[in-house]
Design a protein around this ligand. Structure first.
Ligand code: MCA
Length: 501
């Protein structure tokens, strides 16, 4: 199989239809995507990318970046997208770990990356926001490229996620994982070639890349394509769309526009939310303004989508719905026995949607799966008597800010090295716009006053912008539990009102 071939089955009856329509009206048909991805796959092969080889990509959102993703699939190469906000030091880790055959970067970043590329003996080509750059040079649209056959378990994509240690782990998603996810979602959310999906998500994560593109390409739907999330542009595009997928911040921002309401959603049939908890308050306000009950679903990078509120049945705010078809979900106690309905425990999931292996980390694989093959999500959950799952907490300290995961340890270890700092605790606290905002609580060692601006600038040079603390707070001592572990819950409680106005 090849995930691209599954796409082709889905859209081949609609080759002359618009697959992607940009703001300025420019549109790309499915035939355009098919021909260009074939031609680019051929070029990637000439550039030395082989089946199973990684292609690391740090570019802005564009149709050409989608074509690059499709070309990697067709070649059997492993697509490794990265957030353009990552700094050079973050990038350096990812590239050393992924050891790609090829790096694709923004034209403006090429100079800064030169030394790293030579050190890693890595070839780098460029791709700009409008398809400019060396990647597409001499690529002429031809469709005679034969999509490479892959085993279902062969890697299609490599995405990274951190954990308690703060060191990112590569998650290998197979052709089967991606196809299982997309097929189930098309059915569950009633997608058809008549749909127009408003796409305002980034395409370096599961949500914008596999969930959104997957649903559209599997059935030949069209997409209204926005390069970034902008409320004015989203409102305009809604008038031409039938489905929108977003993170809760996207919905909060729409609601913060007093003009937004019923008139904007006349053609819409479905709003989907995920990647972070949707507040009941947001769900209710959205329903009051538009008449639409947002469909909340739950997934992870390791698992794609696991549960979803129903398209036809009751969408319950505060829950992420029952398991999707083909996904087994259970909530267990410390002995790993399922707990009764309504009781809180650890959430485990299993299915073709779930990844099989971390990238080159056999020990992590062993500890992440149960003996009977369930993945330990690290989330605390309960399943009610009707089978609806509610996520009630996280085992890890992870923060979700604007739909992006932030791992405190990574930030704490940098702050702790700053002159005058004895130790720190980084937490997420409620924030109207981002859901949670990153806050750093510091204890000084008395050797120097805190140079907050200097610390912030230093973090900025090492960390992607969304990870930066929105506030620094200095206290005398961090709360600790009886084991001596920093009491993050106590800190979160103490600063819960920090951003409330
Ligand atoms: C930007 N900033 C942020 C974030 N994004 N701060 C905290 N959290 C964020 N997520 C900061 C920047 O550093 C900058 O700060 C200021 O906000 C404005 O930056 P800008 O780039 O203009 O931000 P934006 O365009 O307003 O973006 C915010 C956003 C975006 C629209 C919420 O982050 C977004 O699209 N998030 C969606 C992420 C996503 O797709 N997640 C899916 C993961 P300063 O002004 O100080 O410089 S996949 C997943 O989680 C699973 C699998 C699932 O279930 O889906």
């Amino acid at each position: 199989m090849n995930f691209y071939t599954e796409f082709y089955h889905g859209f081949s009856a609609h080759l002359n239809k618009s697959a992607i329509v940009l703001n300025d009206g420019t549109s790309w048909t499915y035939l355009d995507l098919h021909q260009s991805s074939g031609a680019l796959a051929q070029k990637l092969r000439e550039l030395g990318v082989s089946k199973g080889g990684r292609v690391s990509v740090q570019v802005n959102k564009s149709v050409q970046a989608v074509i690059l993703y499709l070309a990697c699939l067709r070649l059997g190469a492993v697509f490794h997208p990265m957030n353009p906000a990552y700094t050079l030091s973050e990038l350096s880790f990812f590239l050393r770990d992924a050891s790609p055959d090829l790096m694709v970067c923004r034209p403006e970043a090429e100079f800064e990356l030169q030394d790293l590329m030579s050190e890693l003996e890595l070839s780098c080509v460029t791709l700009g926001s409008s398809g400019d750059g060396s990647l597409f040079e001499n690529v002429t649209a031809q469709s005679d490229f034969e999509t490479v056959d892959c085993e279902p378990d062969e890697a299609a994509s490599l995405l990274y996620s951190s954990g308690t240690t703060g060191t990112p782990k590569g998650i290998v998603l197979s052709h089967q994982n991606l196809d299982a996810n997309a097929s189930v979602l098309v059915d569950a959310w009633g997608f058809s070639s008549d749909d127009v999906l408003l796409h305002a998500l980034p395409i370096f994560h599961v949500h914008g890349l596999f969930v959104a593109l997957g649903c559209a390409f599997k059935c030949g739907a069209s997409m209204r394509w926005l390069p970034a999330y902008d409320v004015v542009e989203v409102r305009k595009a809604l008038a031409e769309s039938t489905v929108m997928m977003g993170v809760p911040t996207h919905y909060v921002r729409l609601l913060s526009d007093p003009e937004f309401g019923n008139r904007d959603v006349k053609t819409m049939r479905l709003f989907v939310s995920g990647s972070a908890p949707l507040l009941t308050e947001t769900f209710e306000q959205f329903e009051q303004r538009t008449g639409h009950r947002i469909l909340e679903r739950y997934g992870m990078t390791e698992t794609n989508m696991n549960t979803s509120n129903p398209l036809m049945g009751e969408r319950r705010p505060g829950t992420v719905g029952p398991p999707l078809p083909g996904v087994s979900v259970k909530v267990v106690g410390t002995s790993e026995e399922s707990v009764p309905a309504g009781e809180i425990g650890d959430l485990l999931v299993k299915g073709d949607n779930v990844f099989k292996t971390y990238w080159q980390l056999p020990d992590k694989n062993a500890e992440s799966f149960t003996e009977d093959g369930y993945f330990r999500t690290g989330d605390k959950a309960l399943i009610d008597a009707d089978g609806y799952v509610s996520i009630v907490g996280r085992e890890k300290d992870m923060i979700i800010s604007g739909g992006l995961n932030v791992y405190p340890k990574e930030i704490e270890s940098l702050i702790d090295r700053w002159p005058g700092v004895m130790e720190s605790g980084v937490i997420g606290v409620p924030h109207q716009d981002f859901g949670e905002a990153v806050v750093a609580v510091l204890v000084l060692d008395g050797t120097a006053d805190l140079d907050e601006a200097g610390l912030d600038a230093s973090l900025k040079s090492k960390l992607a912008n969304f990870k930066l603390p929105k506030r620094y707070i200095t206290i005398d001592e961090l709360p600790r539990n009886t084991m001596g572990k920093v009491g993050k819950a106590a800190l979160r409680g103490q600063y819960a009102e920090l951003f409330s106005d």
